[in-house]
Design a protein around this ligand. Structure first.
Ligand code: ASP
Length: 417
């Protein structure tokens, strides 16, 4: 069902209001500095907390409804295959762009990181090896997993629950699916209410980012930042639109226009998890993808499909190797590509997760020690704008996946004018 686009003057439209919130946040943060930023930060925080509040019930109701209506067996297998196929393809393309650019521009060669402020790394729980990553997907206790926002665990459980419901006899199946899909509708309704607050929330978030950024580190890492930004732009504006066009026969311009709200939201929250409620709502109501596809593809995408993060992992590790003067062989670069893909799957959908999980990829080519930590700490000082951009790319790739898969399932009315 496509949403009735609000008519009337431009300033009544939500995405313009969000842009306005963003622009005034930049100006206010710049002029008011850190003191002002600290005073308005709570506006952003409460907005993100409201979004986070509904993520667990939203993911549970959405995946169970999605899998339940796809059915178990062949239908589920096919959808699963397409979804994973798209995720791996788009992430790999993104990583290859990063790999190519870092080898071409070589931003780490001769980069001087002395004088740039290093920062303390946030304490995020990230797997330290690939086996741990795989083991971590199975939750010991589902309530515990939901309570600690262990999304991979919750998703795995919900896929199994959805498949189990789909294989029940008619009467209990209908009852259970009815409950979950009604719950999903209610979550969507709440999302709609929370998004109305987005312009104010975005104002607080952006004012905080602008008001509290130091510029020394930005100068030292300018070339590196430019390399990542170019890579992300190629993926966002060339690769993904080509996938939309060729795999889904979808006009990328229309898809971009429909996705403005989630994109601005991803950009200002730096969290694809917090953006998920908005992504789900938009992909269903504006892009026009069925609930059956979007509620299966998007929650999983927000958790494991992170093209921007994947590019960042690969480019970041090669950059660090260049700074240390450790040239990586072709084989080692291959290992980086593979581990970057896994790291992007394992990275949590929260701010800075991509930077913290970079240690997993560094470890795969034996880069470790205090010097490496210092460089990563310095990268953290300039991470926010890169995080904002890679999160927007992460979210956009999920929505492209949902649109392409919906088309491949024979859905009409996806991204029509
Ligand atoms: N912030 C990103 C996200 O939520 C993850 C990352 O840090 O790369 O999608």
């Amino acid at each position: 069902m496509t949403e009735h686009i609000a008519r009337g003057p431009w300033y009544r439209k939500l995405h313009w209001q969000i842009f306005l919130g963003m622009a005034s946040g930049i100006v206010a943060g710049w002029i008011g500095g850190e003191a002002f930023a600290d005073r308005v930060e709570w506006l952003g925080r409460i907005f993100v907390t409201l979004l986070k509040m509904i993520i667990v019930p939203l993911v549970i109701t959405s995946i169970v409804t999605g899998v339940g209506s796809v059915g178990g067996g062949l239908g589920l297998g096919r959808m699963f295959g397409k979804t994973l196929g798209y995720y791996v393809l788009s992430s790999l393309l993104s990583i290859l762009v990063g790999l190519f650019l870092v080898n071409l521009i070589r931003p780490g060669v001769g980069a001087s990181l002395t004088g740039a402020d290093a920062q303390e790394l946030p304490q995020l729980e990230t797997p330290s090896s690939v086996t741990e990553l795989l083991l971590g997907m199975v939750p010991k206790n589902i309530i515990d997993a939901a309570g600690s926002s262990d999304m991979l665990g919750v998703i795995l459980f919900c896929i199994l629950l959805g498949a189990a419901i789909a294989s029940l006899p008619e009467s209990p199946r209908r009852t259970l699916l009815g409950v979950f899909s009604a719950g999903f509708e209610a979550m969507m309704k709440m999302t709609g209410w929370i998004i109305r607050l987005a312009p104010i929330g975005v104002f607080g978030l952006i004012a905080k980012v602008v008001g509290s950024s130091g510029f020394e580190a930005f100068r030292a890492l300018g070339l590196y930042m430019a390399t990542i930004a170019i890579g992300l732009s190629i993926h966002l504006f060339i690769t993904l639109p080509l996938l939309l066009l060729f795999l889904g026969k979808i006009n990328p311009k229309i898809h971009f226009r429909n996705m403005l709200e989630p994109l601005t939201m991803a950009f200002s929250t730096s969290s694809s998890g917090a953006t998920l409620p908005v992504t789900l709502r938009t992909v269903e109501h504006k892009v026009g993808v069925s609930n059956r596809v979007s509620s299966f593809v998007l929650p999983m995408g927000a958790t494991i499909n992170m093209d921007g993060t994947a590019l960042y992992e690969c480019a970041g590790v090669l950059f660090i190797a260049q700074v240390l003067g450790a040239e990586l062989s072709l084989l080692q670069q291959g290992v980086v590509v593979f581990t970057a893909l896994l790291a992007s799957i394992g990275a949590a959908a929260v701010p800075s997760a991509g930077l913290v999980i970079i240690f997993l990829v560094l470890e795969s080519v034996n880069l470790r020690g205090p010097e490496v930590e210092l460089i990563v700490g310095t990268m953290l000082a300039i991470d926010r704008p890169l995080d904002m951009y890679r999160t927007a790319v992460n979210v956009f790739s999920d929505s492209c996946g949902a649109a392409i898969i919906a088309r491949s399932e024979g859905e009409e009315g996806v991204d029509t004018e």
